[in-house]
Design a protein around this ligand. Structure first.
Ligand SMILES: Cc1ncc(COP(=O)(O)O)c(C=O)c1O
Length: 479
């Protein structure tokens, strides 16, 4: 083989993937629609792909890159004179470190017992993972059923001496709405509890828009940390996010340092040891190339497309936009007596070449949130909103003619008797066969699977979902 053949093989592997560019994949990817941005990012990534950001004294270039990007984020997002920050590998790691730092500070202040995290149900799942990893109890904060914004009165009721952190989203991933940041951060501050703003997805969009309804960043009283992902609307390649903290003490609380082994002294600001510098350098290059003006243009174009999309949906029978989307994320739900099942709609849109992300119905203390379809709008979608709306209207008609996905009653009843913690991998596989998820491949129509997942007890659903991925990740037989 020659290197070209190897690369051709890799390219062939991608033929089954959803497209990363072109604006039709409306989750997972963020396309600026600008080849110049992508080319620059790629070149910067290549230049730094062997650099190890583990040690900024050996590689001062990465310290400079990190300081420049953190400085830019602080300038954009209301950082005060004491505020600092850290580059991480992504939103999940930024959220985890925010939770870890809050827990460490709470402990340092003498906190005892099991720490608690007040989490609006719409906050990203990354916080649940953080709580799981760091031994913290999650306290679900309900959201208003119409606006899908976190309920401040529930926060007040739950704040106590074991609360290590309150989280709000700017905006939330599922519905793209802005939590009442000022109100909740103020309540937290009055109780002496820190407040994290998860602006992973909105933090590099909202500052460039004129119609943001209320302040949401570090300048808001009571906000102690904020996460923002450069690999989302910073249009950098995957693997780079920023965690900002209002004080260096809070940043120090998520660092780890040890001289307790015979090897090199270790100071890790993040969860990783070796830190890839490629995405950091690419983010730096894209930021330098686009500048504030470039980002503003891209943000406005994506926002305009979002507004056009939301207006267009109002004209499609059986569908509505959930709440008030403030940035470039939209959630669609079924509407009225002729409501269209959005899980069927997702399948119909897949058949038309779009990826709209199905979000199952969700039971919360203040009443169930309906199933929705999530759309992340980027600058690359901007030129395609008319086509998207045409396909959406057509798909809605087709979806309305389909039977609603109904989970198998016997299966749901049987699942209620299962203790998921006791299931072996083989038993999970057998259950998946029963549920119709046979073999390695997922069915073409996913609506029945999502409906089943929503009907199962949550811990059972979680175990089965992991089982599905267990089937996807099977070592290739080599040789
Ligand atoms: C609001 C929010 N927080 C956190 C995350 C997690 O980010 P990542 O997928 O980069 O780990 C996301 C991802 O979409 C997000 O939208």
């Amino acid at each position: 083989m020659n290197p070209q053949d190897v690369l051709a093989e890799l390219t062939a592997l991608q033929s089954g993937d959803v497209p990363t560019h072109g604006g039709a994949t409306m989750a997972y990817v963020y396309d600026s629609g600008r080849p110049d941005v992508d080319e620059l990012a790629a070149a910067a990534q290549v230049a730094f792909q062997w650099t190890n950001a583990l040690d900024p004294t050996a590689f001062p270039s990465v310290a400079r890159i990190e300081n420049d990007l953190v400085g830019a984020a602080l300038a954009l997002l209301g950082g005060g004179p004491d505020a600092v920050g850290t580059l991480t590998s992504g939103g999940t790691e930024s959220c985890q470190l925010a939770v870890l730092a809050a827990r460490e500070q709470w402990r340092a202040r003498g906190g005892t017992g099991r720490p608690r995290l007040l989490l609006p149900v719409t906050a990203h799942a990354a916080f649940r993972k953080a709580a799981h990893l760091f031994g913290i109890e999650v306290v679900d904060i309900p959201v208003d059923r119409d606006t899908c914004r976190a309920d401040p009165s529930a926060v007040v009721r739950q704040l106590d001496e074991r609360t290590v952190l309150v989280v709000v989203s700017a905006p939330s991933y599922p519905h793209g709405v802005l939590d009442p940041v000022g109100q909740i951060a103020g309540l937290a501050a009055a109780a002496g509890v820190p407040c994290h703003v998860d602006a992973c997805i909105g933090g590099w969009i909202l500052p460039f828009l004129d119609d943001v309804p209320e302040p949401f960043d570090l300048s808001v009283t009571g906000v102690t940390s904020l996460s923002v992902d450069l690999h989302k609307y910073g249009y950098a390649p995957k693997g780079v996010s920023v965690l900002l903290t209002a004080t260096p003490e809070l940043r120090h609380a998520h660092w780890f340092s040890t001289a307790g082994w015979p090897g090199y002294p270790v100071v890790n600001p993040t969860l990783a040891g070796t830190r890839p510098a490629g995405a950091m350098a690419a983010a730096w290059a894209v930021h330098r190339w686009l500048g504030t003006g470039g980002y503003r243009e891209l943000a406005r174009s994506a926002r305009q497309a979002t507004v056009q999309l939301a207006d267009g949906v109002a004209g499609i029978r059986g569908l509505r936009v959930v709440g008030r989307p403030v940035a470039t994320l939209v959630a669609l739900a079924e509407d009225g007596p002729d409501g269209v099942d959005v899980l069927n709609l997702a399948d119909e849109m897949t058949a038309r070449g779009w990826l709209l992300q199905p979000q199952p119905p969700f039971a919360q203390p203040a009443g169930e949130l309906p199933a929705t379809l999530h759309l992340t709008v980027t600058a690359a979608t901007a030129g395609r909103v008319d086509a998207l709306l045409t396909d959406l209207a057509d798909a809605a008609r087709s979806a309305a003619a389909l039977p609603r996905p109904v989970p198998d009653r016997d299966l749901v009843a049987a699942a209620a008797t299962i203790d998921p913690a006791a299931l072996t991998v083989a038993e999970v596989e057998a259950l998946l066969e029963l549920a119709g998820v046979a073999g390695g491949a997922l069915p073409e129509r996913m609506a029945p699977v999502h409906a089943l997942v929503a009907a199962l007890p949550r811990p059972v659903a979680e175990r089965l979902l992991a089982g599905v991925l267990g089937r996807v990740y099977r070592p290739s037989v080599s040789g």
